[in-house]
Design a protein around this ligand. Structure first.
Ligand code: SF4
Length: 352
């Protein structure tokens, strides 16, 4: 059982990040912010997929104007992504951003930071202080050691947090991202040991979907298993809805969110396999795709080891030659010809 590290609670619209609140999945829109219709559509798709907060880039004044319209048209809180411009941050806050993301690497002027903080206080807007390894000036050379990189990210974060606290503002979430898995893990451990603020986890620029999933799972999974992390974003080049699916899989695999649909476990197959396991597993997966019951369904290649290895499954389908042995909660309940396996399984699922 994972014990989450205690942090302050930060309100982002109607969503709470940190303390005992569930880990919040977030993502980012990837269409032009000025195309309000497309942006609203993508926010809604992300919300439908289970995303609780969506971040939107607002590089220009026209983007913050569009952001103001988008805020009015969607139901979930929005975050404005700010780089370089204090003015954009203030416009986004006034436009209704529930949270803004600031990069200490590119907004450094103290007066500008205080103007942003004052606007955030007035509008009850949260702020993520998001350090990015690539935007720290001292880290642009290749020969900087890993330890120094991690140390400098933490130092940059500390300097910013001190400024925020000196202005009496604690409505903050922290993040430090790198495209390097080990450094992201290390810096977030240090952040967790140093601050009480909630932590946003992410491995930045993780890559195309097929390349990004494993490093993201290793990175976020390691930290989450240590109780570190209060909100997550998976950075994948491509459709952001995929990011939400990957985030959810990581949280599910660690038991950090409750499963609402069946989990299909499948044996790896071996020389004892009696049935086309892959084909059968795909059929089962498709057949239960609309099911809203958190059942564990096992598809096993044989009835020698299959029943024992799937003893903790709600339903186990263990392959025989042209047939399957069906087990419910470890007890054999039917032996059916291959052609009616799916039908039988669906009938049994109905009874759960
Ligand atoms: S369940 Fe049977 S077929 Fe599948 S890996 Fe185990 S022994 Fe092999």
């Amino acid at each position: 059982m994972i014990k989450r590290k205690k942090t302050k609670a930060v309100k982002v619209g109607n969503v709470t990040i940190g303390s005992a609140s569930p880990i919040v999945v977030q993502s980012m829109t990837k269409v032009s912010t000025q195309d309000v219709g497309k942006c609203v559509k993508q926010v809604n798709q992300l919300a439908q997929a289970g995303c609780k907060l969506v971040r939107i880039a607002v590089p220009t004044k026209a983007d913050t104007a569009a952001f103001a319209k988008i805020v009015q048209k969607v139901k979930i809180p929005l975050i404005a992504d700010i780089h370089f411009s204090a003015q954009r941050a203030i416009e986004a806050i006034e436009a209704g951003a529930a949270k803004i993301r600031l990069n200490p690497g590119n907004i450094k002027n103290r007066k500008d930071i205080f103007r942003i903080i004052d606007a955030a206080k007035m509008h009850d807007t949260a702020i993520r202080i998001g350090v990015n390894e690539a935007s720290i000036r001292d880290l642009k050379q290749d020969n900087v050691s890993a330890d120094k990189r991690v140390g400098l990210m933490l130092k940059e974060l500390k300097q910013y947090v001190t400024l925020f606290e000196s202005r009496d503002f604690e409505n903050i979430v922290l993040s430090a991202k790198s495209s390097n898995t080990a450094r992201t893990i290390e810096v977030n451990r240090l952040i967790s040991n140093t601050f009480q603020y909630p932590i946003h986890l992410g491995l930045t620029h993780a890559g195309l979907c097929e390349d990004a999933q494993i490093p993201s799972a290793v990175c976020l999974g390691s930290l989450l298993s240590e109780g570190i992390g209060d909100t997550v974003r998976i950075s994948i080049a491509g459709n952001p809805v995929v990011e939400v699916g990957v985030a959810r899989s990581i949280l599910l695999s660690l038991g950090l969110v409750e499963r609402q649909e069946p989990e299909i476990i499948v044996c790896p197959t071996c020389g004892r396999t009696q049935i086309d396991v892959v084909k059968l597993a795909k059929k089962v997966k498709k057949a239960v795709s609309e099911c809203q019951k958190p059942l564990r369904i096992a598809v096993m290649g044989c009835f020698v080891n299959g029943p024992g290895e799937a003893a903790d499954a709600d339903l186990a389908i263990c392959g025989g030659k042209g047939k399957a042995y069906i087990y419910k909660k470890g007890k054999k309940t039917a032996v059916v010809p291959e052609a009616v396996i799916i039908e039988t399984v669906l009938q049994l699922i109905d009874k759960f």
